[in-house]
Design a binder for this molecule. Structure first.
Ligand code: 5AD
Ligand code: SF4
Length: 437
C-alpha cells in the first residue's frame, strides 16, 4: 500500500514538472512516505529524519516533507521534534502534495485532518509513464499495484491502521478499471489489487454497477475482463469475512493467480479473541480446506504475531501446531510491539523482548524448513513464469504462485514475456529454473 502511495506521490509530482533524482544529496525536495505498523518502522523514519539535518544545512533550499502513517500519527509533534521538516502530510492528503508544496510561508505545515467522508480522488497515471516505478531507474515494471480501498474498520486490538488510515472507503469502480486499462495498454502484464481488507470492497460506501451493489468477487471479474491482462492478484483479506464466492474465484477466473495471503496472526483461540480477530482457528482451518478444494495448487502465505500480551507457552505451541497443520509456503512473522492509541497497549501480560525473540526464532526456523520442503516439491516440474528483469547473467522471473524463479539462459529472454521453465533447484525463498524451448 505504501509502495503504491509513494508512486502516486511521485507520479503526481511529475505531472507538476518535478524531475526525479536518483541521488538524495542533489534533491531540493525529499519526501519520506512513512509506515507506523510496527515500532521498528517508525524508528527508521526518525533516524532518517535525524540524518537529513545535514542535507538541510548544505542546501538551504531543501524542503523535507513527511507523508503517510507516521505523519498522520504524530502531526504537530513531528515538527516540534524535527523542526527542519517543512511539511507533514497525513494519509488522506497524499494526492494533494504538489498543491501543498506550492503554498508560501504562511501556509499550514501540518495537514492531517482525517475525514469519515473521505473519497479517494480520481487519479489515473498517464499513459506511457504508467509502467515506470519511482525507484527502478526507469526500467519498466510489468507487475503493478492498483489501490481499490483505503482505511480499515476492523480494530484488531494491536493495529494502528484504523487510526492512521481512517475509516474504510472503497475507490470508485470506473477509476479502478480505467487505471487497470491504462496500465495494461502501457504493457503491464500483472496487477495486484490493494486494500487493507479487500473482502469488504463496496460494502462501506456502497459501490454499484447500474444500481446493483458491486462485491469484491464482481470487481475481480471486471478487472479480469480487461483485454491483455495476463495475471491478477490481490491483498489483503481478513479471514473473518472471506466468502465462498471469493474462494470460488480461484477456480473460475483464469487469470487469478493461485496464490493467497491470508493473515492468521495466531494459532490460539484465546489470543485471537484478545486480538479481536472475530474468527476461530477451526474456522481458519476450514477456509484453508475450501481454498485447497477450489484450487489444489494454491500457494498460501500468512502473517504471524508472536508474544502478543498474555500469550502463554501453550498459546504459542498452538501457533507452532498451526504451522504443521497448514504448511504455509511462506510467512511474515513479527514480535508484538505496542502501537500508540491501540487497545492492546492496556492489556496485561506483556511478554519480555527476550521471550518474544526466542519465540520468533523458533517459529521462523520451522517455517524456513517448511518453505524449503514445499519449494522442493517444484523441482522437476514445468511452470510458466513472467520474466521481470535481467541482472548480471540471470533473469528474475515470477511464477503464478508468486515464487521468485531465477533463470540462467543462453537464449535471449525478453522482460514482460511469459515463458515455460523447468525447475532445477529449490531454496528457502526462491527457485531456480531453465527455459524450455
Ligand atoms: N506488532 C507486531 N506486528 C504487527 N502487525 C500489525 N500490528 C502489529 C503490532 N502492533 C503485523 C500483523 C499484520 C502485519 C501487516 O503486521 O501481522 O498482518
Ligand atoms: Fe489492522 Fe486488523 Fe484492519 Fe488488518 S484488519 S488493517 S490487522 S485492524
Amino acid at each position: 500500500m505504501n509502495e503504491r502511495d509513494s508512486e502516486i506521490i511521485s507520479q503526481s509530482l511529475s505531472q507538476h514538472n518535478y524531475i526525479e533524482t536518483l541521488e538524495m544529496d542533489s534533491a531540493d525536495l525529499i519526501i519520506l512516505n512513512t509506515c507506523s505498523i510496527r515500532a521498528k518502522a517508525e524508528q527508521k523514519v526518525m533516524s532518517m529524519l535525524g540524518y537529513l539535518r545535514k542535507n538541510k544545512k548544505k542546501n538551504p533550499n531543501l524542503k523535507i516533507c513527511v507523508a503517510g502513517c507516521v505523519a498522520q500519527q504524530e502531526g504537530e509533534a513531528l515538527i516540534e521534534r524535527m523542526p527542519h521538516v517543512n511539511l507533514v502530510v497525513g494519509t488522506q492528503h497524499i494526492y494533494n502534495i504538489p498543491k501543498l508544496l506550492e503554498n508560501k510561508e504562511s501556509a499550514e505545515k501540518v495537514v492531517t485532518a482525517l475525514s469519515d467522508a473521505y473519497a479517494i480522488p480520481r487519479f489515473i497515471p498517464e499513459m506511457g509513464s504508467a509502467g515506470y516505478a519511482a525507484e527502478a531507474e526507469n526500467s519498466f515494471q510489468f507487475s503493478r499495484f492498483v489501490t481499490i480501498m483505503q482505511g480499515c474498520n476492523n480494530y484488531c486490538t494491536y493495529c494502528v491502521v484504523p487510526y492512521t488510515r481512517g475509516r474504510e472507503v472503497s475507490r470508485n469502480l470506473s477509476d479502478i478499471v480505467d487505471e487497470v486499462k491504462v496500465l495494461v495498454d502501457s504493457g503491464v502484464k500483472e496487477i495486484t489489487l490493494l486494500g487493507q481488507n479487500v473482502n469488504s470492497y463496496g460494502l462501506t460506501n456502497q459501490v454499484t454497477i447500474d444500481g446493483t451493489p458491486c462485491s469484491f468477487p464482481q470487481l475481480l471479474q471486471l478487472v479480469a475482463n480487461v483485454p491483455g491482462l495476463e495475471r491478477l492478484r490481490f491483498t489483503t483479506s481478513n479471514p473473518k469475512d472471506l466468502s465462498d464466492d471469493l474462494m470460488k474465484c480461484f477456480r473460475d477466473i483464469k487469470s487469478l493467480c493461485p496464490q493467497f495471503h491470508l493473515p492468521v496472526q495466531s494459532g490460539s483461540n484465546a489470543i485471537l479473541r484478545r486480538m479481536n480477530r472475530k474468527y476461530t482457528i477451526e474456522k481458519y482451518y476450514d477456509l484453508v480446506d475450501s481454498l485447497r478444494h477450489y484450487c489444489p495448487d494454491i500457494a498460501l502465505t500468512t502473517d504471524i504475531i508472536v508474544g502478543f500480551p498474555g500469550e502463554t507457552e501453550e498459546d504459542f505451541s498452538k501457533t507452532m501446531e498451526l504451522l504443521e497443520k497448514v504448511k504455509f509456503d511462506g510467512s511474515f512473522s513479527f514480535k508484538y510491539s505496542d502501537r500508540p492509541g491501540t487497545a492492546s497497549i492496556n492489556l496485561d501480560g506483556k511478554i519480555s523482548e527476550e521471550e518474544k525473540s526466542q519465540r520468533l526464532q523458533l517459529f521462523q526456523a520451522r517455517q524456513n524448513q517448511i518453505s524449503l520442503e514445499k519449494n522442493e516439491q517444484y523441482v522437476g516440474k514445468e511452470i510458466a513464469v513472467l520474466v521481470e528483469f535481467k541482472r548480471d547473467a540471470k533473469y528474475q522471473c515470477r511464477a503464478s504462485t508468486n515464487h521468485v524463479v531465477h533463470v540462467t539462459s543462453t537464449k535471449n529472454c525478453v522482460p514482460g514475456e511469459i515463458v515455460r521453465t523447468r525447475i532445477t533447484r529449490a531454496g528457502q525463498h526462491s527457485l531456480q529454473g531453465e527455459i524450455l524451448a
